[in-house]
Design a protein around this ligand. Structure first.
Ligand SMILES: O[C@H]1[C@H](O)[C@@H](O)[C@H](O)[C@@H](O)[C@H]1O
Length: 548
């Protein structure tokens, strides 16, 4: 192991530059980066913030639906039914689901940046359609266009950031994108609350959905002057351009220049391996102690599914993304105003703000903790707390008498205003609120953001395809939750609905414990070697121990 930042690169010069398997000792490169780079640097911040607007839009457009649903009233022709609400909500997720694999292909062909721009156009169009519509079908169409934008943006923004961020800060910077998502949700909830309380009955909600066009227009302008990622540039043969972006990312200095050389060489090797594999020249070779990811298979799909390391990466990424949604979090994000109406809170949109705020603040905490504690550990700690929150929530709902029609504007208790309301029924809504916040806080610490670090699990040749598929899993599960939450509340009761989410959390915890290795602080390339011959959990824990 290197003890001086001055010489270790010399000790691991490749003997044969043409051999991709020995070209760069990746673990030493990431150790060096850790030693030499103390802060991400202005340029990296700038890139992260520009891409982060996609997250803001994602959050705004998913968050705004909570207040919109309780404010539309009859302005789309009739009061919204459970089916209307479920379709309007889940259309976004469905179209996000459909577009995410396509955005993977587009991001490879045209570059990450252009996909961000395309998504912006869809965000603007979707906002305009929703604002102008006078029917439920029009609203569903608008939400679907927004879904295309959210799907593409949610896939490409973390990819863009992960490919630009130096390894020591990657976790934190990708989490920053999630922070933008949660900030977008807070903004949407505030806007929703303001318009629901003081806006015009018929036009307030139109402002809520229409305002989403603004940040998209701003991002369009900013992204025009931002660079492509070095990884994509190498992929399309623009090596000088890639070096100049890396120079800006890492800053100046001789030592840094040598790191840039090595990082660039690592990327070039990966790209070369990919091309050779495509031409069928490589035949699944593996050097002692170093695994290569590739076999001679012809296209990325085959490589993703045939090669054990890729398959394992995909399994983990999909598990985490599926769990992120099936744990039920977004049922709160989409329907918290509806739930708090049922519970009889005086200002449901204001009460829901506490959900979005807790989510945002705990994501801030995650940002500080994630690269120190590690992805695996933070998940193994936080998921049990989520389950406890859900069970307490279910317990609280036992004491609440629900209205026959969950869409009615009139709250909770069946007792009339003059009747003595039992203490348990008066405190139960507060218990539900407190346990929801416990659940949301724990979610934001781990599951809310770790799955978005998916791209670090895949080698370059299948990175965008793999991330695209796991993003689809996220949206698929999101769609299921959006569509089923209200019917489950109606037919299974709220208490059982939350118990089911708790069971999903426990099952997810077991899978994570069994198959998810610790990837904190590893370079993108190094993470790949972990999964090459197994799940790599033990090896990853050993490496993490060595680093701390
Ligand atoms: O990471 C984000 C974040 O946790 C959001 O709050 C949630 O609404 C999204 O579904 C999730 O992907």
């Amino acid at each position: 192991m290197a003890d001086s930042a001055d010489e270790p690169l010399m000790r691991h010069e490749p003997e044969n530059d043409d051999d991709p398997a020995v070209a760069v000792d990746l673990s030493d490169v990431s150790l060096l980066l850790e030693k030499n780079l103390r802060h991400p640097g202005l340029f990296v911040w700038l890139l992260t913030f520009s891409a982060g607007i996609s997250g803001l839009l994602f959050g705004y457009d998913t968050g705004v639906i909570s207040a919109t649903l309780v404010s539309i009233n009859s302005s789309l022709g009739h009061p919204l039914t459970t089916l209307d609400k479920s379709l309007i909500t889940s259309a976004t997720a469905l179209f996000a689901l459909l577009v995410s694999p396509i955005s993977g292909v587009l991001a490879d062909k045209f570059g990450r940046k252009r996909v961000v721009l395309l998504a912006d156009i869809a965000f603007i169009l979707g906002a305009l359609v929703q604002t102008a519509t006078s029917s439920v079908a029009g609203m569903i169409a608008g939400r679907s266009i927004v879904g295309l934008a959210v799907g593409a943006g949610s896939f490409v923004a973390p990819l863009y950031i992960a490919e630009l961020a130096p390894a020591p800060f990657r976790g934190r910077l990708v989490t920053l994108n999630v922070l933008f998502v949660t900030l977008g949700q807070v903004v949407a909830y505030i806007v929703g609350w303001v318009f629901a309380e003081w806006g015009n009955e018929n036009t307030g909600w139109r402002w809520m959905v229409g305002l989403g066009a603004l940040p998209a227009a701003v991002q369009c302008l900013v992204m025009l002057i931002m660079p492509e990622t070095p990884r994509w540039l190498v992929q399309v043969g623009q090596h000088d351009e890639a070096r100049s972006v890396l120079n800006k990312v890492f800053g100046g200095g001789i030592e840094i220049q040598r790191m840039v050389d090595h990082v660039l060489r690592g990327i070039e090797n990966e790209v070369r391996e990919e091309e050779e594999a495509k031409r069928g020249r490589l035949r699944g070779q593996s050097k002692k102690g170093k695994s290569t990811w590739l076999t001679g298979s012809k296209d990325n799909w085959k490589e993703l599914f045939r090669i054990g390391g890729n398959r394992r990466a995909l399994t983990i990424a999909c598990l985490l993304q599926g769990l992120q949604q099936l744990c039920g979090f977004n049922s709160l994000m989409y329907f918290s105003a509806t739930i708090f109406t049922i519970l009889g809170f005086e200002s449901p949109t204001l009460t829901s703000l506490s959900v979005a705020l807790t989510n945002f603040l705990m994501t801030c905490a995650a940002l500080l903790l994630i690269d120190r504690i590690g992805r695996r550990r933070i998940l193994l700690w936080s998921i049990p707390i989520m389950s406890i929150g859900l069970l307490l929530c279910s317990f609280g709902f036992h004491f609440i008498t629900l209205p026959a029609d969950l869409n009615s504007k009139n709250p909770s208790s069946s007792s009339s205003a003059h009747e003595e309301i039992p203490l348990s029924e008066r405190t139960a809504p507060l218990l539900v609120l407190a346990s929801v916040m416990l659940y949301v806080g724990a979610y934001a610490l781990g599951l809310g953001n770790v799955p978005w670090m998916q791209s670090e699990l895949f080698p370059l040749n299948v990175r965008s395809l793999g991330s695209g598929l796991s993003t689809s899993t996220n949206w698929g599960a999101n769609f299921v939750v959006g569509l089923t939450f209200l019917p489950m509340m109606e037919f299974l009761t709220p208490a059982w609905t939350f118990v089911i989410y708790a069971i999903v959390c426990v099952a997810g915890w077991l899978c994570i414990w069994r198959i998810y290795p610790e990837t904190k602080g590893l370079s993108l390339e190094e993470t790949g070697t972990l999964l090459a011959d197994g799940w790599g959990v033990r090896e990853s824990l050993r490496r993490a121990e060595e680093r701390s």
